[in-house]
Write a protein that binds this ligand. Structure first.
Ligand code: AMP
Ligand code: GLY
Length: 420
């Protein structure tokens, strides 16, 4: 069958790589993809905001299955749009995507179904927020309601910082803001829990821990993610049951009450406090770089899993996983997450070889003639599957050293909490 993948990051390259190994898949299109996907698929340079053009291409090429990787087209309703033309598409509809698109939407579901989450207040006016902050304890968390690529969250240690956050959000730093969210700061350890849904049932799709801060020791600015490892060190049967019963199931019930359902990947971002899960946020997609970390462990044909989700028969599929540990390190352009140079050649990349259990997924890369250039902040994702995390990290760092790209940098301490 022919498959289309929407997106251009490491997540999409990992999905593309896995689908490419399937006997069922004979052609892959990536919209728009990157230099990595161009080696195994056909990249189509298309504006992801132009739904009409995407639809026309899919119909013209008779693409059998479309997978939407990133959140923006999901939140903007690409799935609903394509389904009107009877295109098979894996990803949640616009209503369900509000779980990521609006933090307030999610908080209201939490409230109604008693889902454990940080206590919160919703404010429509700056002055009410300022008044509330006068009586608050710090640290406190101030959040923009809309999609902000992970940047609309402020952890404020005092009133002055919180006031600035309120001011910036209401002044439109993350788009038009009619409401903001202020919530209790939860002290614990974060974990990402993934499930895959067919609209009726769901199955687990692994756990991971990512490192969002740019510098070693989890310091410095927030990024899209500098690396991850899977499984999370926190997961156990008891915790898994709590996450499913106290958080995920009531959320799906909440969606069904408003006439919606969930089909696609659900990424549950949690704070674990003394083996109790609290919902921090939902994402309606795989994580990046968590996806690059988890997908290499998958033993089942990914195309069959996606198809079963689109056909509503995920119950018939047994998803099998390798027991190995997986660790991913992201190589970024120097300067990221602030200003960085674009169109910088990655000299040795064409000669880089990967052994069994090793992967190099591209993110912000572009191929022009036979040369590969870095065009984004996060450039390459190196992954290794191994018997233990320490070995996996050694393998990854060894590969990054072989590449020896002078314009890049990476965190050497990914997984430090699981590696002694
Ligand atoms: P979010 O975009 O909601 O995931 O927030 C980004 C990051 O801010 C999270 O990954 C957490 O590290 C942190 N964060 C968000 N909400 C809270 C909270 N209530 N307590 C502590 N940390 C939080
Ligand atoms: N790694 C964080 C995210 O994908 O949102």
């Amino acid at each position: 069958m022919k498959v289309g993948i929407i997106g251009s990051g490491g997540r999409e390259h990992a999905i593309c790589d896995s689908l490419n190994k399937s006997d069922n898949v004979n052609k892959i299109y990536c919209f728009p993809g990157n230099a990595g996907t161009s080696q195994i698929a056909e990249n189509i340079d298309i504006n992801l905001d132009n739904f009409e053009e995407i639809k026309n291409f899919i119909l013209e090429k008779k693409i059998d299955l479309v997978i939407v990787g990133p959140e923006k087209p999901l939140v903007d309703g690409l799935v609903d749009f394509l389904q009107k033309f009877e295109i098979k598409v894996f990803g949640p509809n616009k209503t369900a995507s509000q779980l990521e698109g609006s933090k307030i939407f999610t908080k209201k579901i939490c409230q109604k179904f008693n889902i454990p989450t940080a206590q919160f207040g919703i404010f429509n006016k700056k002055d009410d927020a300022f008044k509330f902050l006068k009586k608050s304890k710090f640290p406190i968390v101030v959040k923009a309601d809309n999609l902000a690529s992970g940047k609309g969250v402020y952890i404020c240690v005092n009133k002055k910082e919180a006031d600035i956050a309120v001011e910036e959000i209401f002044n439109g730093k993350f788009g038009k803001a009619e409401q903001i969210l202020i919530e209790e700061f939860l002290e614990g350890e974060e974990m990402s829990f993934f499930t895959i849904h067919d609209g009726k049932i769901f199955k687990n799709f692994g756990t991971a821990q990512d490192h969002k801060r740019v510098s070693e020791g989890d310091k410095g600015k927030n990024t899209g993610g500098m690396g991850a490892y899977s499984p999370s060190r926190l997961i156990n049967n008891d915790l898994e049951k709590k996450i499913i019963n106290k958080i995920i199931k009531p959320t799906i019930k909440g969606l069904s009450e408003i006439g919606s359902e969930f089909r696609g990947f659900l990424y549950t971002g949690l704070m674990i406090v003394k083996n109790e899960p609290y919902l921090i946020e939902y994402n309606v997609r795989m994580g990046d770089p968590e996806c690059q970390t988890i997908i290499p462990k998958l033993k089942t044909d990914l195309s069959k899993i996606f198809m079963s989700c689109c056909n509503g028969n995920l119950n018939e599929i047994n998803i099998e996983w390798s027991n190995k540990k997986s660790l991913c390190i992201v190589v970024c352009s120097k300067g990221y997450p602030e200003e960085f140079k674009k169109n910088v050649e990655i000299q040795n990349i064409n000669n880089l070889e990967t052994d069994d259990g090793e992967f190099c997924f591209h993110a912000g890369t572009l191929k022009r003639n036979e040369t590969i250039y870095a065009v984004g902040g996060r450039v390459l994702n190196f992954v290794s599957l191994s018997e233990d995390f320490s070995e996996a990290r050694k393998n990854v760092i060894n590969k990054i050293n072989i590449l020896n790209w002078k314009e890049g940098f990476y965190r050497k301490d990914i997984g430090y909490k699981v590696i002694k």
